[in-house]
Design a protein around this ligand. Structure first.
Ligand code: ZN
Length: 191
C-alpha cells in the first residue's frame, strides 16, 4: 500500500488540467482556472488515510474498564471513494466490541472509521479493516462492524439504481463464535 508523507499537489493539479483538456474542456476559462488545484486539495483530503498511522490516530486514548459489557457506537457517518471508479460511496457505520478491561475513547472509533474511509476502497475491505484495527488496538474479546452505504458509481452510472444500498459486516472473536453475542450486537444496532 502506498505510504507517502505528503502529496505533490502541484503535480496532481497539472494532471487534472490535462484531464480537463481530454474531457473537451478549456481549463483556462474563468470557472475552471482554479479547479485543478481545488481538485488536488480535495483528493489530498479524501485520501489522507494513506498518510495516517493508527497509533497516532488513537493517540493513547485508552481507558480502563472493569466490566466486560458490549460497547456500541452507531450512525457513524462515512465517506469513501470506490477504488473501481474513484467515485464516492457514503453511508453509516456501526461498531460494537466487548473489551477485556480496556476501552477506546468514543471519538477514536470515529477517527478509525475516517482513517480507513479516506482511501480508495471497496466496502467489504473497509469493513474488515475497521474491525481488525479495533480488535488489535483494544485487544477486545470480540468486535462487530456493519456498514450500510450507497455507491455513486451505481447510482449515477452503470445500472443507475438510485435507491439501492449495500450492507457489509465483519465479526471477529466472540462476535463470530458466539451466536448470542452476535444477536445482541445486531439487535442493539437496529434503528
Ligand atoms: Zn465503483
Amino acid at each position: 500500500m502506498a505510504e507517502k508523507k505528503e502529496l505533490n499537489e502541484k503535480k496532481i493539479a497539472r494532471l487534472i488540467e490535462q484531464l480537463l483538456v481530454e474531457l473537451g474542456e478549456d481549463p483556462t476559462r474563468e470557472g475552471l482556472k482554479k479547479t485543478p488545484m481545488r481538485v488536488a486539495k480535495a483528493y489530498s483530503f479524501l485520501t489522507r488515510g494513506y498518510r495516517q498511522k493508527i497509533k497516532k490516530v488513537v493517540n493513547g486514548a485508552y481507558f480502563a474498564s472493569g466490566t466486560n459489557h458490549m460497547v456500541i457506537l452507531k450512525d457513524i457517518e462515512l465517506y469513501s471513494l470506490c477504488e473501481h471508479h474513484m467515485l464516492p460511496f457514503y453511508g453509516k457505520c456501526a461498531i460494537g466490541y466487548i473489551s477485556k478491561g480496556k476501552v477506546l475513547g468514543v471519538s477514536k472509533l470515529a477517527r478509525i472509521v475516517d482513517m480507513y474511509s479516506r482511501r480508495l476502497q471497496i466496502q467489504e475491505r473497509l469493513t474488515e479493516e475497521i474491525a481488525d484495527a479495533i480488535m488489535k488496538e483494544t485487544q477486545a474479546e470480540g468486535v462487530g462492524v456493519v456498514i450500510n452505504a450507497k455507491h455513486l458509481c451505481m447510482m449515477m452510472r452503470g445500472v443507475e439504481k438510485q435507491n439501492s444500498s449495500m450492507t457489509t459486516s465483519a465479526v471477529l472473536g466472540s462476535f463470530r463464535t458466539d451466536e448470542k453475542v452476535r444477536q445482541e450486537f445486531l439487535s442493539l444496532i437496529k434503528n
